[in-house]
Design a protein around this ligand. Sequence first.
Ligand SMILES: [Zn+2]
Length: 243
Amino acid sequence: MTLSRSTSTLVLNYFNRSIFNSLNSSKHNLHNSAQNSLTFKRFNSSVCWKCGKERKNSQVFCETCNAVQAPLEKDNYFKVFGLEENFDIDQQYLKNKFRKLQSMLHPDKFSNKTDEEQHISAEYSSLLNKAYSSLHTPLKRAEHLLNLRGEQIGEEQAVDDPAFLMEIMELNEEMESAGNDKEKLKALNTKNKMELERISKEVDECFRRNDIRAAKKTVIKLKYFSSLGSRINGVLRELGETD
Ligand SMILES: [Zn+2]
């Protein structure tokens, strides 16, 4: 079966609408968090804000005076955790590093410190949460990588791949016809997970060979399948099934 160009466009518009509607709420949240954004600005230098001695980005505390430092590259979540900028990351390393840094910055450890140090540690800690939640999820991690390369996925982004559109349409039909049938939904979920795994490998390869154009196209696919996965899991949860 082949799709005419106009049908492809219709299908695509339908999926874009449903996906981007569901993303609007998270966009709104992003906007809100930007308003309360981190105010590390005046601390962004290569010297300790307190004693003026030279410091390195990886150091949370100044080697000379032990004052807590703001991260130098707060916009690059990979660097916040000392990771290479790759899609495929060591999740266990990320988790351990996150916990270790959070414990170093725990408010209890700053109760006797100056207001300035309490302020920096609190902001650092909230940056860690933001960076972790972004790197932890494959889709958000891929989008962050695109952002770091000056790219983002727009609402009008087209997928010029009829085979992919057919697959999405079929999966969507399967989802509709499964209704509240738990077994069918679980089977569909398994199939979708396999697709997500395959696409994730593709995304990783695109970024590794620095083919940002291809990466962008593949991340859009990742977005479709992630969205389908969320919908399936949403119905399963309503039916009392946990993932
Ligand atoms: Zn210092």
